[in-house]
Design a protein around this ligand. Sequence first.
Ligand code: ADP
Ligand code: ADP
Length: 239
Amino acid sequence: MEILEIQNLTKIYKDGTTALRDISFNVKKGEFAIIIGSSGAGKSTILRSINRLVQPTSGSILFQNKEITTSSKGELRKIRREMGMIFQGFHLIKRVSVLKNVLHGRLGYMNSFKGAIGAFSKEDEEAAWSLLERVGLTDQAYKRAGELSGGQQQRVAIARALAQKPALILADEPIASLDPTTSETIMNYLYQICHEDGITCIVNLHQVEVAKRYATRILGVQQGTIIFDGSATELSDSE
Ligand code: ADP
Ligand code: ADP
């Protein structure tokens, strides 16, 4: 079953940069898809089009059979609740506690934090604690997120994304600012989320070797077009 169907997607930014040229691909439920390509290839524009942080110039994106590119603000709120986002720079609320950052996930990324704290149920809190346990950070729960190391902050971001109970996780260069050991830890968490929780993952990476070890599907992007779509083995064979 397809969770995502992208057709003829083009993005031209205001300054005239063509970031995506007529790309099409589908992602099946449960896939661990890794988009590889060098800096500037268009990876981030793809992910940001899927959750509509970027408005595509033309083309169609169906997420669970709903059109993303033309959805209303209200629909978008609901759709974004089903998409967990993980970024290179973590995007946590640094001055707020780790626990509250995870609770924020209950609202869905990009949905307002204002007035929401204190409105969380006991169930929400229990879920947040169990997610912190899962990423090994219960002892850091009351620290400000900004005090944690990069790897720890990314684990908080993963817990926050899971708190949404998303159908899809979009991770934009999640290990780009981390050392190799920490990177493996983060990739292993994402792998578990996909294979044990059954959440579809789309991950942007520029490290081909890492992609080959984790992906069930690799999409190679260059200058805004898809130049490879297949398994890790097929990628090795084509090199
Ligand atoms: P849009 O055309 O989608 O409205 P904007 O031009 O408003 O995009 O820029 C959105 C964000 O991307 C801004 O924060 C801007 O600073 C940043 N940005 C602008 N140019 C570039 C670029 N060449 N590469 C990466 N990010 C950029
Ligand atoms: P990647 O994630 O693979 O590094 P991006 O999707 O960030 O690639 O960028 C694709 C192209 O679009 C690049 O040429 C980049 O400079 C340009 N770009 C990205 N964001 C913006 C923006 N907001 N405004 C103008 N150009 C942008």
